[in-house]
Design a protein around this ligand. Structure first.
Ligand SMILES: [Zn+2]
Length: 500
């Protein structure tokens, strides 16, 4: 038998649960797995000693924003700022001469100022250069007067605070990123991912220009991270009449479209069935009319795109599922082989029983980010009240109903280390998963959500040789200890893309 590479002397976790100590790779695929010492007659070009370490399938992060993650290389991190003075110090601490300053990570929940943040406040940091500060969850932003004027918004938004859809008016004014900068950002994001053992990501906001640059990087063999793209924005949708599947030896697939049904919980934009406890006049909002949504769904199905819906509040999920059920029979959506649409709901942070059952009936996938529920924890109760907390993060109920579940980070909004996500899924206040279930979210669960369970998500002959090497047996650790485990090696298609 011939192979390109032999990885030996490891402890591989495989579905068979047999003790596996080595595997061989040929042209990126797993060709054999075995126990004990590998056959001496094996003809391989390269041998890698895994020194008795532990090997799991490469992590699949089912919800990232690749460009946002990469662009952080060029932006100001204001996540630790607690006052306008701190904000000023941080923003002006940058020495570069810029025509536009952008910062991310603002967390007003930790803000110590009594006065609200306004455009006039930001003018004290920069009155001339446009300044844009984004909220931690990327669902709100603040701008200074210079930028308000440029956008002709001084009358409409005198305070310089914009939420969700309106943010686009500001984003349109951003200076165009050069190809070089886009590539720099994409490479930075790749590095950040492989360092944590991630071998595949689902990009939730794929736009045309980054996609073009990503393709160029892949063509030049500079991009090993596998990317499953969900198109977002009119321009990207116009350019793609049909899905592109398994380009560059299974490195790039673009076959999904992302639609937002509601906003975020932090800015009280998530659409709830009952009002917010700390804003009783509001239940959040819906971004669609039924008729135009059904037209979009129909058009996506005709072109064979998967549909990925951002639904955070319980009413958003329920309304969407009812709209779908009003037009399509369950067998047209969820049942294979005819209706294998694999519709996905992203976040489903609050979910009521009716929506849960509809998800099951329609064969819809739940794509969740365990870290969200943890980091939102401190203010969830004030938004939702005690009674509704049992509807938050219903991981276990989803599994009980046999609804497919995949896991992601929502990076860069939340940390993207999958072991942190796995740990978070195991220490939730409400519904906890066991390690096996949590790992499934980030491996086979993610693979199923991108129609790739036949080639990804587990270590088996005939699948892609994507795996992560860990220094410890995570099955012997307390969930909290998972946060300390550092990835030793990341392998994509048999190639070592990261080693500590
Ligand atoms: Zn997201």
């Amino acid at each position: 038998m011939r192979a390109d590479t032999l990885f030996y002397n490891g402890n591989f976790f495989t579905p068979s649960r047999k003790k596996i100590n080595w595997l061989t790779v040929k042209e990126g695929w797993i060709t054999a797995l075995g126990t004990g010492a590998p056959d001496r007659h094996l003809l391989v070009q390269k041998k890698v000693n895994l020194k008795n370490k532990y090997v799991l399938p490469g992590w699949i992060d089912a919800h990232v924003h690749l460009m946002l993650l990469g662009q952080r290389k060029f932006e100001v991190d204001v996540s630790s700022c607690r006052s306008l003075a701190e904000l000023k110090k941080r923003v002006l601490g940058r020495k570069t001469q810029e025509v536009w300053i952008e910062a991310y990570g603002l967390d007003l929940e930790k803000w110590k100022e009594t006065n609200p943040l306004t455009a006039q406040g930001l003018d004290r940091i920069s009155s001339r250069i446009p300044l844009l500060i984004r909220q931690k969850d990327e669902h709100a932003l603040w701008v200074n007067t210079s930028l308000l004027k440029r956008a002709h918004l001084e009358k409409r938004y005198p305070l310089g605070y914009l939420v969700d859809k309106d943010m686009e008016i500001i984003f349109k004014l951003r200076p165009k990123l050069s190809s070089q900068k886009i590539k720099g950002a994409l490479l930075y994001a790749q590095e950040a991912c492989v360092r944590e053992g991630i071998t595949s990501v689902h990009d939730m906001a794929m736009q045309s220009l980054p996609l073009k640059n990503l393709s160029e990087l892949m063509r030049a063999k500079k991009y090993d991270l596998r990317v499953y793209g969900a198109l977002y924005g009119k321009e990207a949708l116009k350019e793609f009449y049909s899905p592109k599947v398994n380009l560059f030896q299974h490195h790039l697939t673009v076959r999904a479209q992302k639609l937002f049904i509601d906003g975020a919980l932090s800015s009280r934009g998530a659409w709830l069935s009952e009002p917010y406890c700390d804003m009783p006049e509001s239940t959040g909002y819906c971004l669609w009319q039924k008729k135009e949504l059904l037209e979009r769904v129909h058009s996506a199905f005709q072109k064979h795109f998967q549909l990925i819906f951002h639904t955070l509040g319980d009413q958003a999920s329920l309304w969407l599922l009812k709209v779908l059920a009003s037009k399509y029979k369950p067998q047209e959506l969820g049942q294979r082989p005819l209706g294998d649409k694999r519709i996905r709901l992203e976040h489903v942070e609050i979910l009521n029983r009716e929506a849960l059952f509809l998800m099951k009936t329609l064969g819809v996938i739940a794509s969740m980010q365990p870290w969200h529920a943890l980091s939102d924890g401190p203010w969830l109760k004030s938004r939702l009240g005690q009674k509704r907390l049992s509807q938050v993060g219903r991981f276990k109920d989803i599994l009980k109903e046999k609804i497919p579940l995949c896991g992601g980070s929502d990076a860069p909004i939340e940390p993207h280390n999958p072991l942190w996500g796995i740990g978070a899924a195991m220490i939730q206040k409400g519904q906890r998963l066991n390690l096996q279930e949590a790992i499934h979210m980030y491996t086979l669960g993610g693979a199923y959500a991108e129609f790739s369970e036949n080639i990804k998500g587990s270590l088996e002959v005939g699948k892609l040789a994507d795996f992560v090497v860990l220094p410890k047996n995570i099955f012997r650790l307390h969930p909290k200890e998972l946060l300390e485990v550092k990835t030793q090696m990341t392998v994509i298609g048999g190639k070592i893309v990261y080693a500590q």
